[in-house]
Design a protein around this ligand. Structure first.
Ligand code: ZN
Length: 148
């Protein structure tokens, strides 16, 4: 009897056809795309920085209207935020690095956690988004995001 593979992505939360195609492949492969051993197979963007607990990369499928959209992916497979304060402080150190690197004058940090059916995430593996709207663009209408 074949063992059922765990689902680490939620196809209902795909935002583009391109993203859906990648996510369907991930479901077929039965893996978590944010676990380190699979990360670069599905994620086409380079790892910009890596700490002891998190890595930083650009979102392969940035939100519409975002000037900057970075992901901070926790290195271990967990779905709830870590309780260790040094793990969380490293996240904020990496955000400070990104703020300087990308000249960010204001942005939004989004950290979904737990079951994807409740939070709007496409991948259950813990990750945070740093989203910066393109407010200096005359026709900028803001960035809309699903959170639940
Ligand atoms: Zn994972």
């Amino acid at each position: 009897m074949q063992k059922e593979k765990p689902m680490h992505v939620n196809l209902a939360h795909a935002r583009t056809e391109e993203q859906m195609a990648v996510m369907e492949q991930i479901v077929h492969d039965g893996v978590c795309p944010f676990c380190q051993e699979h990360f670069l197979k599905y994620h086409p963007k380079p790892i910009l920085k890596k700490g002891a607990h998190w890595l930083v990369t650009e979102n392969a499928f940035p939100y519409n209207g975002a000037r900057v959209h970075l992901l901070f992916v926790y290195l271990q497979h967990i779905v709830l935020p870590p309780a260790e304060s040094d793990h969380l402080s490293e996240l904020f150190e990496l955000i400070t690095w990104a703020r300087k690197e990308y000249g960010i004058r204001g942005g939004t940090l989004l950290l979904r956690f737990g079951e994807t059916r409740y939070n709007g995430a496409s991948v259950d593996h813990l990750h945070a988004h740093l989203v910066v709207g393109d407010a200096d663009k005359p026709d900028h209408k803001g960035v809309r995001v699903k959170v639940g």
